[in-house]
Design a binder for this molecule. Structure first.
Ligand code: ASP
Ligand code: MG
Length: 406
């Protein structure tokens, strides 16, 4: 018996027509012999509508009540979808997070799942019923309703699939899969048939957002095969799979991701001694600013330079903090540039091949693009460049690594 968890996002259940289409789709899957657990989001726009209502009453609505409020969005969808399935003569049962018993911690608005009791769901599956579960919500140990953070239905689906040891978790969304790069920049970008969890996470951290990152981490940890597909076109989408290392032929590079809206800061001529990196970065992390690529160089005559990137929106406040630190440490100067972009090539094949970095640097050099910073992980090479050349760089790299070809 094949057990599948299917998740439908807000646009996929955004109207009664769409809900009918989802019900028809599920009927087909059910008739083909799959046991189905279905996770749904609120109808598109509904969560935002509810947030706006609360904001009319208070600038800082009580977090417990926000979760009571927001969880209603998903509760509407589970009931409507279940009604649509029953109308088609299919047995179906809807469950809120609390009714399943998706147990979470008590951090309202961004709760984490601790445990899922799958008794109720298993009983319905054994009866041959289609189970519909409200995404994005759970309950704490005292029965308070909690929500998992925006976009949290992806995580609900993956967590259920892990608990139920489902054969696959399918995430239906408004794109038909994961691409080699952003098709808006490179029209020849190709939809990938498969990609590993590690690559998906690196692509996400480099700016490619299709799934909530937490859901991908979760799926990787529990080895739940995850498939991203479009709910509007019948297709196989992209499979995100756990790489056991047995696959001989791994693509060298699977994709190219980028992030605009970054900025870089340099503090120069810091008297070099143990603890300076800490003293530079501590006040920045205390201000909740996320530092990404960090480069430190030992300069001449016992002084060091440090350069790092931050989100562009934090540039001004970070520069002020850094200028204060520079005074305290007796550093020479602080420089900043808020017109940069980060671009990364990602691929598990890099592990066993040399020369990937050089291919990347040559492709950029051939276009006359200057590389300002370089950072690598086992399966990712990131560079920082002037943001004016971002699109050119994406296209050049896509070509250099032959990503348009199958
Ligand atoms: N309805 C929630 C949101 O809009 C959860 C989700 O869609 O995944 O963020
Ligand atoms: Mg969503």
């Amino acid at each position: 018996m094949t057990l599948i968890v299917e998740k439908f996002g807000g646009t996929s259940v955004g109207t009664i027509d769409r809900i009918n289409a989802v019900a028809d789709h599920l009927k087909g899957k059910h008739e083909s012999g799959e046991s189905l657990v279905v996770v749904v989001s609120a109808m598109s726009g509904e969560t935002n509508r509810l947030v706006a209502l609360a904001k009319e009453l208070s600038d800082t609505p009580v977090t417990r009540e926000m979760d009571v409020l927001l969880s209603t969005g998903e509760q509407v969808t589970i009931a409507l979808l279940s009604i649509a399935l029953e109308e088609r003569g299919l047995g179906s049962r809807s469950f809120t997070g609390a009714q399943v018993r998706i147990l979470t911690d008590n951090v309202y608005g961004k709760a984490r799942i601790r445990e899922i009791d799958d008794h109720n769901i298993q009983a319905e599956i054994e009866q041959g019923n289609i189970v519909i579960v409200a995404g994005f919500q759970g309950t704490d140990e005292h029965g308070n309703i909690t929500t998992l953070g925006r976009g949290g239905s992806d995580t609900s689906a993956v967590a259920l699939a892990a608990t139920l040891k489902a054969d696959e978790c399918r995430i239906y969304t408004d794109v038909n899969g994961i691409y080699t790069t952003d098709p808006r920049i490179e029209p020849e970008a190709r939809r990938l048939d498969r990609i590993t969890f590690e690559e998906m996470l690196e692509l996400a951290s480099a700016g490619a957002k299709v799934l909530q990152s937490r859901s991908v981490e979760f799926a990787g940890k529990y080895k739940v095969p995850l498939r991203v597909l479009s709910s509007f076109e019948p297709d196989t989408g992209t499979l995100i799979f756990y790489d056991s290392g047995e696959h001989m032929e791994q693509p060298l590079v699977s994709g190219i991701a980028y992030q605009k809206d970054e900025a870089k800061l340099t503090i120069r001529g810091i008297p070099d001694q143990p603890g300076v990196a800490h003293r530079v970065l501590e006040p920045i992390s205390s201000a909740n600013i996320n530092v990404d690529i960090i480069i430190q160089n030992l300069g001449a005559d016992g002084a060091t330079d440090m350069t790092f990137t931050v989100p562009r929106e934090d540039f001004d406040s970070c520069k002020t903090i850094l200028e204060n630190t520079a005074k305290e440490l007796g550093a020479a100067e602080v420089l900043g540039d808020s017109n940069i972009a980060k671009i990364a090539v990602v691929g598990v094949g890099m592990r066993s091949h040399s020369g990937v970095a050089d291919t990347m640097f040559k492709a950029l050099a051939d276009e006359g693009i200057n590389i300002q910073m370089i950072s690598t992980s086992e399966i990712k090479i990131s560079v920082v460049i002037d943001d004016r050349y971002l699109e050119l760089a994406v296209r050049a790299l896509h070509k250099a690594f032959g990503l348009a070809e199958v």
